[in-house]
Write a protein that binds this ligand. Structure first.
Ligand code: GDP
Ligand code: PGA
Ligand code: MN
Ligand code: MN
Length: 619
């Protein structure tokens, strides 16, 4: 066991108050495999000391009062979908998108890959909880991440509830996720080549996560994507109790009535979830409405004893895209990363002398005096070659901050009972076809709509930026089992509710594709997106009736509150229009997409045929 003997591991666990024998056994087992020099148990209260150590070691750099800067290895800046695997013992769990492998084989290979890889390093033991304490889903929320990477620990402290106490209070001391992260020798892993050494494996039926070969958040913060999404997706079905989705969750309070309308929904990575949940109401509507933040990336949904769909955010922080975050687009985000916030910036541009950070869209133009500025790779801007127009910040550069810093955080965001869900929306970057918003009343049609979510992939996944693809419910990279079974689980869970939420599809990303239009966005987006959600709420209350189309109900122009917005009529018509011919063509693609799925429930096929028939009838 490297420089560390078993007695020393026992001593560290004793000193940290780790009594759960299953946690102790797990830590000792993995210390024997990865062979760290030291073991340390982490509590959120250790943050200041760990930050000081990371600054000393140069892993973090100061980025203004109480904020930090980190750079990742230049080939390690996004999730890697093709290296990400779900493994189980049951081949029936193979889906089109989950990259299924056999659990036995994958585990054995991963153990060999990780063997001895933490030599010379500290293994941090990070106990965490992905739920508000007391949540009815708490039994699926506990985990222990083992990582040999200190910046990963600092991110985990911001993104999850971290502390030994969470693992000592388990009703069943065996039920925690075993989440092992080993960084590996990043400069020699052949990222993106035929000899790629990285694997990110969720052994879902053993509740074990084995990630090797990255320190990037989406690959290394195992509480978040691997447990909160992939593992929980599996657990939700295995238990028959809940859904775990890549969803934001927000509340819109009408100050006149005091009522709050809760909306959750999925957009693919880097397609606007964080911005929507953090968005403060636009000035013209702020007098009357307040938007509150519950979550920006993950929601777990279940049905309570009264038959209401309820939702909660299992996370404790925000891992947001930096690009284009500024005073106009997202003032709330800027406040959440202000002085003293403890925020960590990753892969943005940096000025070591002034400790400033910058990213594309932070200000309309980059700093005029480039002296001292370094791009995300550490290259001085002043040394760049003439004509080098590559961005200063990596397109997937991020900020990490705890929920407590989010100015519009909901008062009841950590209520263990969650909040009642009124609406479930899907959306993404779709340059044409999809209107600003269309409401779907029927459950099967709503689930069908989620399954056929088609959008442009983004820089949040390596090498896929701009590719048009289907991304079922925005869960394509996180699905733990087959799509047909996933649809059936959705119908079962939401179908059990006595109050059905309304579904809707939204699109903030329609472009002007006419000649001379330059591809500009037709809709101003960001804070103005609230207007589409207000229409949906009015529609659900029966206060707006909209226009019925083959693909759902769209607002009429006068039903949309456009106060204070200067939107040309021609743009508005396009935003609310349905191009029937374009949709008819889409139905053929959808048919092929759905035919790939095993055991797709009949109600989904019926929904597909209803939409297709309605489009035919429009001719
Ligand atoms: P998430 O990854 O789904 O949480 O997406 P984010 O909210 O972080 O946004 C990802 C990127 O899309 C950022 O660069 C945002 O500035 C941009 N974005 C978000 N919302 C909008 C919008 O309504 N309109 C436009 N044009 N861009 C947006
Ligand atoms: P995002 O979260 O959805 O906010 O981009 C990270 C990810 O999904 O990789
Ligand atoms: Mn995400
Ligand atoms: Mn986000």
């Amino acid at each position: 066991m490297g420089g560390l003997d078993g007695a020393e591991v026992e001593r560290v666990l004793d000193a940290a108050g780790v009594r759960n024998p299953h946690v102790r056994e797990y830590v000792a087992h993995w210390a024997g495999i990865t062979e760290p020099d030291r073991v340390e148990v982490v509590d959120a209260a250790d943050d200041a000391r760990l930050v000081a150590e990371a600054l000393d070691a140069g892993e973090l750099l100061p980025a203004g009062e109480g904020r930090y800067y980190s750079r990742s290895y230049r080939k390690d800046t996004a999730r890697s979908e093709e290296r990400t695997v779900v493994a189980t013992g049951d081949p029936a769990d193979r889906g089109v998108y989950n990259n299924w492998h056999d659990a036995e084989e994958m585990t054995a290979a991963q153990v060999e890959r990780m063997r001895g890889q933490s030599r010379g390093k500290t293994m941090y033991v990070v106990p965490y909880l992905m739920a508000p304490p007391g949540s009815p889903l708490e039994a699926w929320a506990a985990g222990v991440e083992l990582t040999d990477n200190r910046p990963v620990v600092l991110h985990m402290i911001r993104m999850a509830r971290v502390g030994v106490a969470h693992l000592e209070q388990l009703a069943d001391p065996t039920t925690f996720v075993r989440a092992v992260h080993v960084t590996g020798d990043l400069e020699n892993l052949g990222q993106g080549t035929d000899d790629d050494q990285r694997w990110f494996v969720t052994v879902a039926d053993r509740r074990t996560i084995l990630h090797f070969g990255s320190s990037y958040g989406g690959n290394a913060l195992l509480g978040k994507i691997a447990h909160g999404l992939r593992q929980a997706c599996y657990d939700g079905r295995a238990s028959g109790r809940f859904l775990a989705e890549q969803f934001m969750l927000l509340g819109i309070t009408d100050k006149q009535t005091g009522r709050t309308y809760h909306v959750c929904g999925g957009f693919p990575s880097a397609s606007g979830k964080t911005n929507l949940a953090m968005t403060l109401a636009p000035d013209a509507l702020g007098e009357r409405y307040h938007v509150s933040f519950y979550g920006d990336d993950i929601a777990w949904l279940w049905v309570d004893d009264d038959g209401r769909v309820r939702g909660m955010n299992p996370e404790f922080g925000v891992f947001g895209v930096a690009k284009d975050t500024n005073e106009l687009t997202n003032p709330g985000a800027l406040r959440s990363i202000g002085p003293g916030s403890g925020a960590i910036f990753t892969n943005v541009a940096y000025h070591p002398q002034t400790q400033e950070v910058w990213w594309e869209g932070r200000t309309p133009e980059p700093p005029a005096d480039v002296t001292g500025w370094e791009d995300w790779t550490g290259t001085p801007i002043a040394d760049r070659e003439e004509g080098d127009t590559s961005p200063w910040a990596h397109p997937n550069s991020r900020f990490t901050t705890t929920l407590a810093n989010v100015p519009n955080i909901a008062d009841d965001h950590d209520d263990p009972a969650g909040v009642p869900i009124d609406a479930i929306i899907f959306g993404g970057r779709t340059r044409d076809r999809e209107p600003l918003v269309r409401a779907v009343d029927d459950l099967a049609e709503g689930v069908y709509d989620g399954l056929t979510l088609g959008a442009e992939a983004t820089f949040a996944a390596d090498g896929l930026d701009g590719q048009l693809r289907y991304d079922p419910m925005s869960m394509r990279p996180f699905l733990a089992y087959g799509e047909g079974d996933y649809a059936a689980h959705w119908l079962r869970i939401i179908g059990a509710a006595t109050h059905q939420p309304v579904f809707a599809h939204v699109n903030w990303f329609q472009r002007d594709l006419t000649e001379g239009g330059g591809g500009r966005f037709l809709w101003p987006g960001y804070r103005e997106n609230l207007r589409a959600l207000l229409w949906l709420a009015a529609y659900q209350r029966g206060e707006a009736s909209g226009r019925r189309t083959p693909v759902g109900v769209v607002p009429t122009a006068d039903e949309l509150d456009l106060t204070g917005l200067d939107l040309p009529q021609a743009d508005l018509d396009r935003l609310l229009g349905i191009d029937v011919e374009r949709w008819r063509q889409e139905m053929g693609f959808r048919q092929e997409h759905l035919e790939q799925f095993d055991r797709l429930p009949q109600p989904i096929w019926e929904a597909h045929r209803r939409v297709a028939a309605a489009l035919e009838a429009e001719r």
